[in-house]
Design a protein around this ligand. Structure first.
Ligand code: FES
Ligand code: FES
Length: 140
């Protein structure tokens, strides 16, 4: 198996068994974001406590790239501090537009090929942009 096949398998695996898909009983923050290029939408539910992402779920409809990326992101940021999570989303966005990441991205690295397809970058970054939007909104 070469690297590309491993990456393909990783994306397929997140599509077939998305991690953290669904809803939280008592989220402290809920955010939705639309990908205007296709009309697909993602929703994130977060349980924030002591500056950490104690729990996270995502739901919505989208292409396989957007769903895999959301699944990978939830896995990568669960249990992290908000600062660590924001560092991850910003490094991922840099990585997926052809730049480099300063930190390990875990399964998200499987999405490196997306940088060659600008229309797909919006798909791959939908969940990450939703998370950043949630963090930019004031808490109740
Ligand atoms: Fe998102 Fe084609 S996969 S525009
Ligand atoms: Fe809609 Fe990818 S085509 S999120």
């Amino acid at each position: 198996m070469n690297l590309d096949e491993i990456y393909r398998e990783t994306i397929l695996d997140h599509n077939q068994s998305p991690r953290n898909y669904g809803h939280l009983d008592h989220p402290t923050k809920v955010v939705g974001l639309l990908n205007p290029t296709c009309g697909d939408q993602i929703q994130l539910e977060l349980l924030l406590q002591d500056g950490k992402i104690q729990d996270i779920r995502f739901s919505g409809q989208g292409c396989s790239i957007s769903m895999a990326s959301a699944s990978m992101m939830t896995e990568a940021i669960k249990g992290k501090t908000i600062e660590e999570a924001l560092a991850l989303t910003s490094n991922f966005k840099n990585f997926v537009t052809g730049g480099t990441s300063q930190i390990p991205l875990g399964d998200l690295e499987a999405l490196h090929g997306v940088s060659q397809f600008p229309s797909r970058v919006k798909c791959a970054t939908l969940a990450h942009n939703a998370f950043e939007k949630a963090m930019a909104e004031p808490s109740e």
